[in-house]
Design a protein around this ligand. Structure first.
Ligand code: MV4
Length: 444
């Protein structure tokens, strides 16, 4: 049993973690930057330590400060949340060396899945479907051309250390390959400090479907079905739902099996997400594995009734899963809207003081947020203000519920994307469940 957990994060996810700890009788230690003195997570935790200046690099990403905070305050485990150090294998390794339990998989597994060439190779070896690809990192133009011809244009050049869609180059013809290849390599060096790239067959207008998995430290793995995450802009998701309107029980079973096979094959532990692309013909292909709790985890919690944060903590304490695959069912339909501090038309961030706040409620509504009236949203971090999550008996009722909850939601003093979400709720393609990854660019 953990006595005290340090929460190496801020905002709504820090609060989500504190809530789980409190219900489990575990003490919590918050950390905060100088810009977050007035943040709700510092008040909700049992204790709080300032770890540095506003800039993430100097505070939430400062591994030395975090480790010494844990030692000073006697915290035996750390929850990284999402973003910041959540997928930093170096941080997980530093914790392992200091005898601090990192609530997540091992540093070795994070490193394996963090390299997209290694991850893909591993998936392929385990017979998880992948798109035709170079089968290795590609270092020169000549190799790139040979491989691309074999795969067939169009191809995508991706950074091995990239992920989340950053640093991809689409190449339609042989003539434009060399320059795109060299550019991709250079950009990969400057963005990730690693110039390794690989080449993959381009999949046109796919959907992004991901499977949630839960794995204990005794070899038991289950999946909790899928999330449909195609509605995004520049690789930032803005709305997610579960189940996907495009996935039936048979496909869910196949994708879930593939995700569990991968997790078991690599000895994965804690919660994780296996990302797939689903093409027009409903073939699915492994893309990446995320080794963290994700922003959109609540929709899975609402349709399965599983508390993913408590699962994470119990697993990290060495407990065996009590979940059994045959007992996991998806009930009803859940949608999450990410409410961001931004102009709904230009997407320009809009930090500032919240002067009025009315939070929606009523049946089937959940709001995960760190907002309060009078709070000033700092300009230094991501602009997620709140996650508005609904659960209803079926998809059309979930859309109706989300519409009325969005109408109730009032945030005064700053701009938010609530109007954009209301527009999506009325869109015919959305209502029909026709949401591929280009939905939002067609829409705005
Ligand atoms: C692709 C693809 C098309 N073909 N790979 C972007 C995020 C990363 N996980 C993988 N990504 C993509 N990989 C092939 N071979 C299109 C995307 C992609 C995308 C995927 C999921 C959600 C949104 C996306 C937006 C643009 C591109």
């Amino acid at each position: 049993m953990f006595n005290k957990i340090l929460i190496a994060n801020r905002g709504e996810i820090a609060i989500r973690i504190i809530r789980a700890c409190k219900e489990m009788g575990i003490r919590t230690l918050a950390v905060y930057s100088e810009a977050d003195r007035e943040s709700l997570h510092t008040r909700f935790a049992d204790g709080a330590i300032c770890i540095g200046p506003a800039k993430s690099k100097d505070s939430y990403l400062n591994i030395t400060s975090l480790i010494s905070s844990m030692e000073v305050a006697d915290a035996e485990a750390v929850h990284p949340g999402y973003g910041f150090l959540a997928e930093n294998a170096g941080f997980a390794e530093a914790c392992e060396k200091c005898g601090i339990k990192f609530i997540g998989p091992t540093s070795a597994l994070m490193r394996l899945m963090g390299n997209k060439v290694q991850a893909k190779k591993t998936a392929e070896e385990l017979n998880v479907p992948v798109l035709p690809w170079s089968n290795r990192g590609i270092s020169d133009e000549k190799e790139a051309l040979e491989v691309s011809k074999k795969i067939g244009f169009p191809v995508l050049i991706k950074a091995a250390s990239g992920g989340g869609g950053r640093g991809m180059k689409l190449v339609h013809t042989q003539a434009s390959l060399a320059s795109a290849f060299n550019m991709a390599k250079m950009e990969a060096v400057s963005a990730f400090g690693d110039g390794e790239v690989f080449i993959e067959k381009f999949c046109e207008l796919p959907r992004h479907i991901e499977i949630q998995i839960v794995a204990d430290e005794h070899g038991n793995v289950v999946h909790l079905g899928e999330r449909e995450c195609s509605i995004q802009r520049r690789h930032q998701k803005i709305l997610e739902e579960s189940p996907s309107p495009q996935v039936d029980a048979r496909l869910r079973h196949k994708m879930g099996d593939a995700a569990v096979k991968l997790a078991k094959g690599i000895g994965y532990t804690n919660v994780g997400t296996v990302e797939f692309l689903l093409d027009k013909n409903k073939n699915f292909y492994f893309m990446e594995m995320n080794t963290r709790i994700q922003v959109e985890h609540p929709i899975t919690e609402l349709v399965t009734g599983v508390d993913l944060l408590k699962e994470q903590i119990n697993i990290a304490m060495g407990k065996k899963l009590t979940l059994k695959q045959k007992n996991i069912a998806m009930t009803g339909h859940s949608i999450e809207c990410r409410i961001n501090a931004e102009d709904p038309k230009t997407f320009v961030p809009s930090p500032g003081k919240i002067t009025e706040l009315i939070i929606p409620g009523g049946p089937g509504v959940r709001v995960d947020s760190a907002l309060y009236c009078g709070y000033t949203v700092p300009p230094y971090y991501d602009n997620l203000l709140a996650k508005l999550i609904v659960h209803a008996e079926n998809r059309s009722e979930a859309i109706a519920r989300m519409t009325r909850a969005l109408e109730e939601f009032h945030i005064g003093g700053i701009k938010t994307n609530i109007p954009l979400h209301l527009k999506i709720m009325k869109d015919h393609d959305f209502i029909a469940g026709m949401t591929d990854i280009d939905f939002l660019s067609r829409f705005t």
